[in-house]
Ligand binder design. Sequence first.
Ligand code: SAH
Length: 370
Amino acid sequence: MGDCAVVNSIEPLNLLDADNSSLESFFAVLGERKFRSSQVLQWIHKSGIVEFDRMTNLSKSLRELLKQKASITLPDVFEERQSSDGCIKWLFRLNDNNIIETVYIPEPSRGTLCISSQAGCQLNCTFCATAQQGFSRQLKTSEIIGQLWLATRQLEALAKNHRGITNIVLMGMGEPLLNLPHVLPAIRLMLDNNAYNLSRKRVTLSTAGVIPGIDRLREECLTSLAVSLHAPYDELRDKLVPLNKKYPIGDLLEACKRYSKSNNDSEITFEYTMLEEINDQPKHAKKLLEVLSAVPAKINLIPFNKVEGIPFRCSPVKSIDRFREILVKGGIISTTRKTRGDDINAACGQLAGFVKPRIPRRHSNSSWAN
Ligand code: SAH
């Protein structure tokens, strides 16, 4: 009788919002054994089955109960665009009509999926298309892991010789460390061997530098970490990444050192978007070597991708090469990111979706930057 009351009181749970531990608690409330969680995770994430009646190792009565107490609800595929270089961009529509973007980037040795963590962004980095949209809301776990679920199935349906998804980067729209309550369960599902079974090295979270978030990720769920640095001095970084006023470079690099130490001294990737005459001069490269000297680091130079309405220009190839040579001579592994998918606006910083901003750009930075 008591158990019935508990079961009857719970809200239907979208099972895509649940990682293993919350699914175990859910089944405990239903009076079921814990291993039901692994069974259901395997059905949903490994086999792509979202109809309870097809989950054949669950009893008929449990399937009926799940129909009442749970749902499996995904975003809609709104549009799929294929780039001439093989990249695929999906626009996914959420139940409140916000549209978010996800990009698949095939390479000879891997297939990377770039996932969004928020509808819009609060951070206002001056060169980024997402910032222009303003911020609408946090994505739920189901909307974050739903991008991986849907991309996996869409790639299967394309039936081309795709290698599938071997790597995930949380580098799409939004700042993942400002949405950790929903991002962490999604990452746990990516790593869970009953779900996507990816190694920590193949899941990379990219942040503009939210220090408390870096520390929380270190304590709760280590992944590979990328930090969007873009400038070696605070004066310049304050302008490009306004969050720097709150978390300046010195403190950020200390957090990076702590992270690397906890993560087997693995390197942090520093992303550096190359903006002509803004941050691409030899003096910037030399200063970058200096500030990163005590951090296990590699540098990823990103040619600036043009965004309508944003006045920056990409550094000429010569300047990027010269910049990289200085870094490499100084002993830091440095690569230049190949621009992919720019003919479908799927390159870094071009993801904008169509979000319904509650906080438009001009008002959105004050609480984070000051
Ligand atoms: N908020 C996170 C993840 C999203 S941005 C972060 O800041 O890391 C992913 C990367 O693309 C970041 O390094 C970002 O600074 C970079 N980027 C943004 N706009 C860009 C543009 N127009 N051209 C090239 N890179 C850009």
